[in-house]
Design a protein around this ligand. Structure first.
Ligand SMILES: C=C1C[C@]23C[C@@]1(O)CC[C@H]2[C@@]12CC[C@H](O)[C@@](C)(C(=O)O1)[C@H]2[C@@H]3C(=O)O
Ligand SMILES: O=C(O)CCC(=O)C(=O)O
Ligand SMILES: [Fe+2]
Length: 364
């Protein structure tokens, strides 16, 4: 359970004047099953729709994804069971992690630069094979715990196995989406994005978030006539650094995205589908054609929200720069070349809401 110290709620609450965000009327949607079975025409139409959504919002919904619904339900139930453990038991998933590492369990503190949210989470490194650290790793937050820990090792192992199974399935689907993106951009090398996420050394992560409800919000909302006050931030506004983020949540609302004009809209939850965010790295590779979407999560007054996000990143050694075919002859490259390692070490020194790409922009 997330517990707040004095003064912390003020930092998480949005100003009372802030209106509830209206729902995004037409969430762009891509059906992967139709893209696969619709012949060349159907595939080309899906690729165009993906590219249009990435240009306009940097965000869209994926249906017909082929990830078994029963796997989604098992992951959701196991995550809920993990978050229902005693605080001490959840924190033991942190004790194995090297100091300074972002991985493991945490509550309220997002990153290490003072950001707070009404959220608790588990952040894990993952490789193309599933778990980053292998089955018997000494530094896996879920596997290496003190012998006297109250949560049986067998339960932790089966939770880790389940998250690995989920990661393998979601990474496969993510790569199909990345291929459609490349096709939609008219690229000849349609594997160019997927290759980065499939690499053995891909720097990918899995995040499991839990946003407990805040029942007192209901009264505050009534007090302000329903539209304004009493909004609490679960996860503050930000863009994701990686190439792509693929999110699945339970049926509880909370996710909001910023449109091009800066207005916030809420995304109606859909537990049978996935939502895709374009990340900063893909904005760079596409020379700004695809938009890294700013998003946040607001807390619900009645229901808890559980979300699982796969962040597909390139290997740390990878050099990133706008792809020449997307800059075009005589075109201007908007970003300088940098390695993913360089970008990450700069990004991890920033606050959540900061613009992390401005350090890499070519301004002249
Ligand atoms: C405040 C921070 C948390 C974050 C690292 C950072 O310094 C800036 C980016 C944040 C973010 C957002 C997307 C993902 O949830 C995340 C894991 C990532 O790669 O970048 C988080 C980082 C984090 O929670 O450690
Ligand atoms: O929990 C969510 O729904 C989204 C969280 C998020 O944006 C993130 O973890 O980067
Ligand atoms: Fe995010």
């Amino acid at each position: 359970m997330v517990v707040l110290a004095k003064g912390e709620l003020e930092q998480i609450a949005l100003p009372a004047v802030q209106k509830a965000a209206p729902p995004l009327a037409d969430v762009p949607e891509v059906d992967l099953a139709t893209a696969a079975s619709g012949g060349a025409e159907g595939r080309a139409a899906a690729a165009r729709a993906v590219a249009a959504a990435c240009e306009e919002h940097g965000f869209f919904k994926v249906t017909g994804h082929g990830v078994p619904l029963d796997l989604l339900a098992r992951v959701e139930n196991a995550a809920a069971a993990f978050f229902a453990l005693q605080q001490r038991e959840k924190e033991s998933a942190m004790s194995a992690v090297a100091p300074g590492s972002p991985f493991g369990y945490a509550s309220k503190r997002i990153g290490s630069n003072g950001d707070l949210g009404w959220v608790e989470y588990l952040l894990l490194g993952v490789t193309a094979a599933g778990a980053s650290t292998g089955d018997h790793s000494a530094d896996d937050p879920l596997l290496s715990v003190p012998d006297e820990d109250a949560v049986p090792a067998a339960w932790r192992r089966s939770f880790r196995d389940l998250l690995n199974e989920y990661t393998v399935a979601v990474r496969r689907m993510t790569c199909e989406v990345l291929e459609l993106m490349a096709e939609g951009l008219g690229m000849e090398d349609t594997d160019a994005f997927a290759r980065l996420v499939l690499d053995d050394d891909s720097d990918s992560m899995l995040r499991v978030n839990h946003y407990p409800p805040r029942p007192e919000l209901k009264h505050l909302q009534q007090l302000h006539g329903g539209g304004g006050g009493g909004r609490v931030t679960g996860f503050g506004e930000h863009t994701d650094p990686q190439i792509i983020s693929v999110l699945r949540s339970n049926a509880t609302s909370g996710l909001e995205i910023a449109l091009r004009d800066g207005t916030w809209v809420s995304v109606p939850p859909d537990q049978g589908s996935f939502f895709v965010n374009v990340g900063d790295a893909l904005q760079v590779l596409t020379n700004g054609r695809f938009r890294s979407v700013r998003h946040r999560v607001m807390v619900n007054s009645v229901h808890s929200r559980v979300s699982v996000i796969f962040f597909g990143g390139p290997p740390l050694r990878e050099t990133l720069a706008p792809l020449p075919q997307l800059v075009g002859e005589g075109g201007r490259s908007r970003y300088r070349e940098f390695t993913w390692r360089e970008y990450k070490s700069s990004a991890y020194r920033t606050k959540l809401a900061d613009n992390r790409l401005c350090h890499f922009e070519i301004t002249s």
